[in-house]
Each structure stands twice: as structure tokens, then as C-alpha cells.
Design a protein around this ligand. Structure first.
Ligand code: URA
Length: 248
């Protein structure tokens, strides 16, 4: 009953009724007991002759809006979990739903929430090679000569000062493209605390709008308004799983 309920066949009570109809089968055997233990790896589950693609984890793409935080509890602010429908905001078969990394309270854009701990480990590991692309609006316009300076500083690496308890560091090579005097796209392969904002601070500018638009080859779905979310498709999950590690 748990597997059926997690795959949208209703509440545990509704699923119990469904089982009693005899429409549920596992490996061609009708199953009526709610306690039947299905082998998630090997068994074939059918409901009304339709094969059910069993998922053990939940994968959500959210277009995070501003003014919400990426933690599960925050006394002061709404959290990204408050944006989820009740039916999605719970553990799935694979574990608890959590954010894979964080975006600042005033940052918008692509956020992955999942119950899949091994994917999360891969996405947030400092050894992960994953690129993250951000759309940025800068406080000050940058003339073309200085745009070249910004681009080459990002390419070479920028020496970032410590911030609060966070240590300073030299940023890894990053790609910057300007789309106007004060709008640009930055692709980085790491995710240090306030990284993008700190990079532009060193360049004597300030990020006044920040939106993550891609993680690796996974792009933010433009149909999602800020605060909206949807499940990832199987192809999109594969895109994340194919992300490699840097072995150094
Ligand atoms: N860099 C930042 O400064 N903030 C974010 O939210 C993400 C990257």
C-alpha cells in the first residue's frame, strides 16, 4: 500500500480499497493484501493492466522565489518547503526530502529538492565538477574595456576575502558573458558561501539580482514562475546523475 500511495493511487485507505478490487498484480499474481512486500528492484507492478514505473525517490525542480530560505526550519522566514503542496512535502520511499545545496534568501532560480541522498552527495561534494550558471544584474554598468577585465579575472581566478566565519579563497576558473552593460551570465564550478556576490564585490561592483538558471546540463524550466515547482522527468534525472567528479 505504501508503494501505491506514493505513486499517486490515493491515500493508504483508498489504496486498500483498490487492492480489494483485484486490479493490482505483482509479477502476474493478483495482490490483495496491503502488507504484501514488493521487491522494488526486480518485481513488476501492474494496476489495471498498466505497468507502473516504480520510483524509489522524489526529484523536484523548483524555481525558488525571493524571501524564502533553503533550510527546513527558520523561525523568521518562510522556507522552500512551505512552497510545496502537502502531498509532496514529506519523505518518500528513499528518505527525507531535502535541498541539494542552498540559494540565498534573495536569490531566485533553479533548486533541486530530492529524497535521494546519494545524488545530493554528488551535487554538493566539493569534488563534483558540476557547473552552475547564474543570470546576474549588476549595480554599476561596466564599459567594454572593464567587461574584458571582469571576464579575464573570472577566467584566472579571483582572490576572495574572508566573510564572517567563512575563509577566503581563490575562485576556480569561471566563465563570464555580458548581455548588456550591467547584465551578465556567470558559470562557476564550485559553490562557496555567497560566492557570486563575493566575486563581484572584489571587482568593485555589486550583484543586485541573482538567479540560477542551470546546473550542469539541466536548465531551469522557463514555464515555472518564481515559487513554482514540478517533478523532474527521467531524462532530467539522468542529466544530474551523469555529472562527474573531479579527482585531484
Ligand atoms: N552565489 C551567491 O552569492 N548566492 C547564491 O545564492 C548562489 C551563489
Amino acid at each position: 500500500d505504501k508503494v501505491l500511495a506514493k505513486h499517486g493511487f490515493g491515500t493508504r485507505k483508498e489504496v486498500k480499497k483498490l487492492l480489494h478490487t483485484g486490479l493490482v498484480s505483482v509479477n502476474n499474481q493478483v495482490v490483495t493484501s496491503q502488507d504484501f512486500k514488493i521487491d522494488l528492484e526486480c518485481d513488476s507492478l501492474f494496476v489495471d493492466d498498466e505497468k507502473i514505473n516504480i520510483r524509489t525517490n522524489l526529484y523536484i525542480m523548483m524555481n525558488k522565489c525571493q524571501d524564502v530560505v533553503c533550510s527546513s526550519k527558520d523561525g523568521l522566514h518562510r522556507t522552500v518547503f512551505d512552497l510545496l503542496d502537502e502531498e509532496d512535502n514529506h519523505s518518500f520511499m528513499g528518505g527525507d526530502l531535502h535541498c541539494t545545496g542552498r540559494l540565498d534568501i534573495d536569490t531566485e532560480g533553479l533548486l533541486i529538492l530530492t529524497t535521494d541522498g546519494s545524488l545530493t552527495h554528488k551535487l554538493i561534494s566539493p569534488k563534483s565538477e558540476i557547473s552552475k550558471k547564474y543570470a546576474i544584474i549588476l549595480r554599476d554598468s561596466v564599459n567594454s574595456e572593464n567587461q574584458q577585465k571582469y571576464i579575464s579575472a573570472c577566467k584566472t581566478g579571483i582572490e576572495i576575502a574572508p566573510e564572517g566565519k567563512e575563509a577566503g579563497f581563490i575562485s576556480l576558473p569561471a566563465t563570464l558573458e555580458f548581455s548588456s552593460d550591467n547584465t551578465c551570465f556567470l558559470t562557476i564550478t564550485e559553490g562557496k558561501y555567497h560566492q557570486v556576490k563575493r566575486m563581484f564585490k572584489v571587482l568593485d561592483n555589486e550583484v543586485i539580482f541573482l538567479k540560477r538558471i542551470a546546473i550542469g546540463s539541466l536548465k531551469l524550466d522557463e514555464n515555472l514562475a518564481p515559487g513554482e515547482y514540478r517533478e523532474l522527468s527521467n531524462d532530467e534525472i539522468k542529466k544530474l546523475e551523469l555529472i562527474g567528479f573531479r579527482f585531484d
